[in-house]
Each structure stands twice: as structure tokens, then as C-alpha cells.
Write a protein that binds this ligand. Structure first.
Ligand SMILES: [Ca+2]
Length: 300
């Protein structure tokens, strides 16, 4: 875990043209994404699509991530950061499968308030194996827009289904963040961006090829953690390799329960691997390019 100083970060969303400023208190964050060996040690499970002890754990839902946080806290004698209601996140796999091909693709159209990739990661069967949507229209990248091909069109009709499924899905369970707890938790997206930037103000904390595994250099696969240059806080893989689940709801009015993803992954083009990029997925989905890092509120 790496101690991160307090600070102020300005978040922005290209989709809504909104920006807002957030103060963050001191906290500590894991130096690497949670690895498969760490995940297996705490949960006994190895859910990832591509295996390797020092690979980031992926194919984990947001619910899996918060449960891991609590389990890790208990294993270290810390107070769990989350009070999770009975049945929370249950039934996720069954429901998410209904989305079928709704995954992937780019926004159908610029005028859509709810763009196309509502379902970043649900897969036909096992609710795994799909990637986070790599379309870039959220980011206002003209190049990326041209990238939307047949998947865009195939996607258009799927939006309503994806949305409906999300609404009725298995997060009827409750979760409460216990602010006074000293245990592990997910970063807020403000904490994530503050940690990622490490004092920098540009799109990235370094030259992309030196700091991140992304589509341009990943050879189409995930890589072991720590293989690229860290940022000034000493954090590795903030950009690229796997996306990180964050605590925050993305946009409740438009996307319901969807939670924020940050950082971009091995499957993503360069435009998705930037400190400010916000994406989303349903908390029950398990994309194969999404993992997470853990945070503690106490400064170590
Ligand atoms: Ca990452």
C-alpha cells in the first residue's frame, strides 16, 4: 500500500460536458492492481480468464470486489468497510446473460443521451469474457468515432434491453460504506484520479508506451502487474492492463446501478487510457479486462 496525500481533483465527463471538483483526504492505495494470487489467497477462487499469479485478477464483478475488500479486512483483523445486505449481488450471473450481444460497439449516435455501451462486459453465457467498450465518443475523440463499425449498428437495438436488465438485476441487495472503518475498500473515482495523476495535469502521467499496456503494445492480452513504469507516487498500471472498478455510481439517472471504471485496459485504444476517462459497467458484470485496486482511509 502506498500513502497518498490529501488533495483536490477536478473530474470531468466528456459525455455530459460536466466537470466537478472533489477534495480527497489522505488515504493509501495498493501499488498494483489486486493480483490473482492475492485474490486466491483471500477467497480461494481464481476467476480470471487469463491465468497467472502476478496477473491482475479480472472477470470479477463490482460485487466480487467489495466482498474481497471485506474478506481481506477480516483476514488482517481490520474492521470491514462495507455492510453488505443479504443477497446483494446474488443472481448476477443469471441475469447478465440476458444481455447477449448487447456488449461492445460504440455509441449508436451522438444525440443519444444514453449511449450504446450501457452493457460493457456482459457476455452471452458466463457473464465473462467480454471487454469494456472501447468506443471513444464519450471522450470526444473524432478519430475514435470513425472506428465504430458494424458493431455500432448491431448494437443500437440492444440498448433498451441492456438498460432493462440492469434495472432489474441482482443488485437489489444493499451495501453501505462505513466511513469510520479502517479496512479495505474500493477507491472513489476522485481518489482513483488523484492517485493516477500523482500531481500531473495532462492526459497521462507519462509516455503511454512506457507506462501502460494497451492495445498498441499488449499483444492482445493482459500482462503481469508492475511491468511498466510507475507514476510519481510509485503506482503501477494505473493506466492500461485492466480497468479498475471504483466505488461510485456512474450516472444514476441514465445508467441506474452502473459503477465507474477507470484507467483503460489491455484491449483499449490509447484514447481510453487517460487519467480523466470515465467508463461504466453494471456491478454484476464480469468483463475480462476489469480488475480493481484496494484503498484504506487511514494514512499508512
Ligand atoms: Ca489499469
Amino acid at each position: 500500500m502506498v500513502a497518498i496525500p490529501a488533495g483536490r481533483v477536478t473530474l470531468s465527463d466528456r459525455r455530459t460536458q460536466r466537470s466537478w471538483s472533489v477534495e480527497v483526504e489522505p488515504y493509501s492505495i495498493s501499488r498494483f492492481p489486486v493480483t490473482q494470487s492475492e485474490y486466491a489467497h483471500v477467497t480461494g477462487q481464481r476467476p480470471s480468464a487469463a491465468h497467472g499469479d502476478r496477473m491482475p485478477v479480472e472477470t470479477v464483478s463490482w460485487w466480487d470486489a467489495v466482498r474481497f475488500c471485506n474478506a481481506l479486512s477480516r483476514s488482517e483483523g481490520l474492521s470491514p468497510a462495507y455492510r453488505i445486505g443479504a443477497g446483494a449481488g446474488a443472481g448476477a450471473g443469471a441475469n447478465a446473460g440476458a444481455d447477449g450481444d448487447a456488449n461492445a460497439g460504440a455509441d449508436g449516435d451522438a444525440n443519444a443521451g444514453a449511449d450504446g455501451d450501457a452493457n460493457a462486459g456482459a457476455d452471452g453465457d458466463a457473464n465473462a469474457g467480454a471487454h469494456v467498450d472501447t468506443n471513444a465518443s464519450d471522450d470526444g475523440d473524432a478519430n475514435a468515432r470513425a472506428d465504430g463499425g458494424p458493431k455500432d449498428r448491431a448494437k443500437a437495438g440492444a440498448d433498451s434491453r441492456a438498460q432493462a436488465s440492469a434495472d432489474g438485476d441482482g443488485d437489489g441487495g444493499s451495501i453501505e460504506w462505513i466511513a469510520s472503518a479502517d479496512g479495505y475498500r474500493l477507491p472513489t473515482e476522485a481518489e482513483w484520479e488523484h492517485a493516477c495523476r500523482a500531481g500531473t495535469t495532462g492526459p497521462r502521467y507519462g509516455e503511454l508506451d512506457e507506462i501502460a499496456w494497451y492495445r498498441g503494445n499488449s499483444d492482445g492480452r493482459m500482462h503481469e502487474v508492475g511491468g511498466k513504469r510507475p507514476n510519481a507516487f510509485g503506482l503501477y498500471d494505473m493506466l492500461g492492463n485492466v480497468w479498475d472498478w471504483c466505488w461510485d455510481v456512474y450516472d444514476a439517472e441514465v445508467y441506474g446501478a452502473y459503477r465507474v471504471l477507470r484507467g483503460g485496459g489491455w484491449f483499449d485504444e490509447h484514447w481510453s487510457c487517460r487519467a480523466s476517462v470515465r467508463r461504466r459497467s453494471h456491478p454484476s458484470f464480469r468483463p475480462d479486462d476489469v480488475g480493481f485496486r484496494v484503498v484504506r482511509s487511514v494514512s499508512l
